[in-house]
Design a protein around this ligand. Structure first.
Ligand code: ATR
Length: 263
């Protein structure tokens, strides 16, 4: 999907550039990045499972990449590797569109891995008044909550007990892959869905069992496609040194949606 999104923008901007995708073995990441620098590439996106390793090999990183301990975008400048992370910003832009700029009253984050870290960082930036973190391994949730809010602002509760926290105006962000391989999801499904609550899922193109349950209750689901497109737009702005407003994000989104709904 990313080559389609990026090449749509590059063509529209009339730039003689191309964006390619390839997979790299975990132990060859450094070689791959060195090779790209040697080839004179402008930069790269990095995805799972390389984001943390990419962060470690950068010569310098942005503040937000440091907070996430992970990079999804690299820029090559005079042989130096500069790292950034546009995942959180991409997700927030999609969220703002979904909520018409309104701030959620309470955020419930399911999962405590790398994706949850980016989401909680973004929610803190947005000034969401209450954040509760739920994870199968509660200890991991406590560690993440303490790392991101030393004052105890981010609360932790048991994954099995998440439903009572759900209220009108809540935002639920599902960051785990639970149930995607057909196994029984250990996350209990809600029995009802409050008016005005929003369910956010970081994957796109298919639903986790929990997202399906929310849809069946008439709930709204904000999926991971806007996050993918808007992190891409921010990446391109960084590589090209252009203001974000000059990146044709709407065309990138249309191309992505057409691909998803196409044959
Ligand atoms: P990512 O970087 O994509 O967030 P990760 O760091 O491997 O990936 O984190 C995966 C998250 O999904 C974790 O919160 C994990 O819970 P644990 O910390 O308890 O392992 C959660 N997860 C994965 N499979 C799960 C399952 N079957 N049930 C519940 N949680 C699950």
């Amino acid at each position: 999907m990313s080559p389609l999104i990026q090449n749509t923008a590059l063509q529209h901007l009339g730039l003689p550039m191309v964006y390619l995708a390839t997979s790299v073995e975990e132990q060859r990441l450094e070689d791959a990045v060195e090779g790209l620098v040697a080839l004179g590439a402008l930069g790269a996106n990095v995805t799972v499972p390389h984001k943390e390793a990419a962060f470690r090999l950068c010569h310098s990183v942005s503040e937000r990449a440091r907070a996430m301990g992970a990079c999804n975008v690299l820029k090559f400048l005079d042989g130096q590797v500069v790292g950034d992370n546009t995942d959180g910003a991409g997700w927030l832009r999609g969220l703002d569109e979904e909520l018409h700029g309104q701030r959620p009253e309470r955020a419930l984050v399911l999962g405590a891995g790398g994706a949850a870290r980016a989401i909680i960082y973004s929610l803190l930036q947005r000034g969401v008044p209450e954040i509760v973190l739920f994870n199968r391994t509660e200890e991991r949730a406590r560690t993440l909550a303490a790392e991101l809010s030393s004052d105890g602002f981010v609360k932790v509760a048991a994954l099995a007990d998440w439903e009572p926290y759900l209220q009108p105006g809540s935002l639920v962000v599902q960051t785990t892959s639970a149930g995607l391989d057909g196994e029984q999801s250990p996350i209990p499904f809600p029995r009802s869905w409050p008016e005005g609550a929003l369910f956010s899922e970081l994957i796109y193109g298919r639903d986790t069992p929990l997202a399906t349950a929310v849809r069946n209750l008439g709930g709204r689901v904000y999926d991971g496609l806007p996050m993918l497109v808007y992190q891409a737009a921010e990446s391109l702005a960084l590589w090209l040194d252009l203001p974000l407003a000059e990146i044709p994000a709407d065309l990138m989104m249309t191309a992505a949606r057409q691909r998803l709904s196409g044959p």
